[in-house]
Each structure stands twice: as structure tokens, then as C-alpha cells.
Design a protein around this ligand. Structure first.
Ligand code: SF4
Ligand code: SF4
Length: 345
């Protein structure tokens, strides 16, 4: 289903979405993030963080506990939030993060917290007529500025109006709620959308070289000295992983509320393979002790191991880790250099 929406009516559409909690990109203190919204203005660059947290929040309580002397421990489960949420303005690369997270949290292992949130989440995407970041490389990793993978609806900005296209049955329901606000596209609308899509997919981007050869080359380059050389400036801050729409490592801790160690919550929080103690064993041995071994893990997980396991790259080419790294470590350059050196000789 394809329909047209006048730009000034997007708030009217959102008001028809009864029962849905609506989010959109908002600029606050110089930072773009997804916030509750009763209307949205979709002229945003990449949000600082992807929308990953809607399905996989940075902090999630599993249950609370309390031990009272002489009584059995009391455990109170905390159900995952299940209300319907719809996020407007999702970039196609970020939307492709969701099916990759699904592989981990619903196929490899059934994570009820993720599955519950994911099952009530919808993405209304915005095609990238222009790359929103100079570091975009979605086309290198199987995506496109007009990709619909992971989206329920894709909107294309035609200047004063949007072409709104349903991708899933949920997307159709969201569009049906709009009723007469959405109108039949004209031939002019369709040809303008086609022209913009063609321009978007031919717009130059940064690129991973010969990407099909990357998984075997990274495998061959496992012991390359380049890993330590390229990782030397890394300060192990973990920003690259916390900004990534596909990174999904987590830790689980018991948090107590100060006064007594016997009352608190079991909490899952994001973790990072770039933290030195991520793989620290209780013996004190750390199999990824060096910066290079940790950079290799991040890069090979995205470009080799995930590809071997699921037939797809775990990187969607959003460029956030490149833009956000405080010391300029650039995953595109790292992949290209290690793969090139492994292809020599
Ligand atoms: S690895 Fe970097 S470029 Fe790739 S999806 Fe994650 S943050 Fe984006
Ligand atoms: S953002 Fe840069 S410095 Fe920080 S952990 Fe990642 S690669 Fe290292």
C-alpha cells in the first residue's frame, strides 16, 4: 500500500494512532534522540543513539528480591514492558539492526524480555534522500538508503509531502488508522519518488572494499600484527559499541539499595567487548588482554563470525562508531587494511 501525506498533517496522523506510544527524533541540547512525540519534524541527521533501546533497553530489571531474617527470600518478577510503541523517522540502516538482534534474542535463544518488547514495536522509517552522516556505508554491507528491511512503513520526503509505503501488516494498520489523511499517489508523486530513490542509491558513500572477500580474509588475518597497531590509540571507552544498532552484549548484576545487601534488583545492562574486564575470568586470566585482541573481536564479530553464523554482516553501516570514537578508530579503514594485508601473498 502506497499513499501520500501532506507534511503538515503528520501530527494529525500521529493523533489517530490510539493505543500506541509514539516517539520521534527530537533535538535537545544539541543532541538528537528519540523522545515521546505528538508530532514529528523529520529533518534530522542520524540520532546520536540508534532506536535499539526500544527492544533492548540499556538497563532492564528482571526481578526484585528481599531477604528478611528467618523467612525464605522473596523474589518479585518485573514483567517486560509490553505496550505498543511506534518510532517515527527511523533510518533504514538502523532498522536493519532489528532483524540482526532478532537472530540473537529470538532464534539463538528465546529472550522473553526482548521478544515482548519487539513484538509490540513498530518502525516508521524515513528514506535517506541524502546520507545523514559523512560516514554512512550502508550499501557496502547489503543495505541501501531506501531499504525496507526491519521497517513497518517507509516514508520518502518529496518536499512538501511524503510518499508513505506499508512494508508489513502492522504498517498497513498504522496507515489505515490515518483514514482520509492519506491519499492516493498521482503519477507525478510516483515518478518524483522514483527519481529521489534513484538519486539516493547512487549517491556516493564510503565503502568496505570487496566486501564478499572480507569474512575469509579476516579469518586469515586473525594473527595479523595490524590489530595491535590499529588499536593502539583506543582508550577502551566502549562508545563504539554503545552507539551501535547491532551490538547486544550485556551483563547481569544484583543491585542493592545501600542500606542492606539483602534487598535490591537483578538488572541487565549493556556491556562492551571493548572493556578490558569484559572477558576477565575469576582466575585473573583474561583471554582478550590487549587492545588489539579486543578491536579484533569487535570487527571480526561483525564482519566474520556473524556472517559465518547467520549469512549476514552484523554491521549495518550507520557510521556511528566512526563518528563517535574519541580517538578516530575507523571500522571501515580497519576492515580494509586488515583484509588487504590478508589478501597479500
Ligand atoms: S559497527 Fe559501527 S558502522 Fe557498523 S552498525 Fe555498528 S556503529 Fe554502525
Ligand atoms: S570508541 Fe574508540 S576509543 Fe572507545 S573503545 Fe571504541 S575504538 Fe576504543
Amino acid at each position: 500500500m502506497e499513499r501520500m501525506l501532506a507534511k503538515e498533517q503528520i501530527g494529525d496522523w500521529i493523533r489517530t494512532l490510539r493505543g500506541w506510544e509514539v516517539f520521534g527524533p527530537v533535538l535537545q541540547d544539541g543532541v538528537w534522540s528519540y523522545q515521546p512525540a505528538d508530532t514529528v519534524q523529520l529533518d534530522h541527521p542520524n540520532t546520536a543513539q540508534p532506536p535499539k533501546g526500544f527492544a533492548f533497553p540499556q538497563r532492564e530489571v528482571f526481578f526484585t528480591f528481599e531477604q528478611i531474617k528467618g523467612e525464605p527470600p522473596r523474589l518479585t518478577p518485573v514483567a517486560p514492558k509490553g505496550g505498543q510503541q511506534v518510532v517515527f523517522g527511523v533510518r533504514p540502516c538502523d532498522a536493519r539492526g532489528l532483524p540482526r538482534m532478532d537472530r540473537v534474542f529470538t532464534e539463538t535463544f528465546d529472550d522473553v524480555y526482548y521478544r515482548t518488547r519487539r513484538g509490540s514495536l513498530a518502525y516508521v522509517g524515513l528514506a535517506c534522500n541524502q546520507p545523514p552522516s559523512p560516514h554512512c556505508f550502508c550499501k557496502s554491507v547489503g543495505g541501501s538508503p531506501v531499504s525496507t528491511e526491519g521497517l513497518d512503513v517507509l516514508m520518502t520526503d518529496l518536499g512538501d509531502r511524503y510518499l508513505v509505503a506499508a512494508v508489513t501488516a502492522t504498517g498497513e494498520k498504522l496507515m489505515q488508522a490515518a483514514g482520509d489523511l492519506l491519499t492516493e499517489p498521482t503519477g507525478v508523486d510516483r515518478s518524483e519518488a522514483g527519481r529521489l530513490r534513484l538519486a539516493a542509491i547512487t549517491h556516493p558513500q564510503r565503502a568496505v572494499n570487496d566486501v564478499a572477500s572480507v569474512p575469509p580474509r579476516l579469518k586469515k588475518g586473525f594473527d595479523s600484527s595490524l590489530w595491535e597497531d590499529l588499536a593502539r590509540p583506543c582508550i577502551s571507552c566502549g562508545i563504539c559499541t554503545f552507539l551501535c544498532p547491532t551490538c547486544h552484549c550485556f551483563d547481569i548484576n544484583d543491585e542493592t539499595n545501600g542500606s542492606t545487601p539483602l534487598k535490591g534488583s537483578r538488572v541487565r545492562t549493556w556491556d562492551s567487548c571493548q572493556f578490558p574486564d569484559f572477558t576477565m575470568h575469576s582466575s585473573g586470566h583474561n583471554p582478550r588482554e590487549t587492545l588489539g585482541s579486543r578491536l579484533r573481536q569487535r570487527v571480526c564479530h561483525k564482519f566474520q563470525y556473524f556472517h559465518e553464523n547467520f549469512g549476514m554482516f552484523q554491521c549495518v553501516g550507520c557510521g556511528r562508531c566512526v563518528a563517535g570514537c574519541p580517538v578516530g578508530i575507523d571500522i571501515i579503514a580497519v576492515v580494509n587494511q586488515v583484509a588487504a594485508s590478508a589478501g597479500e601473498g
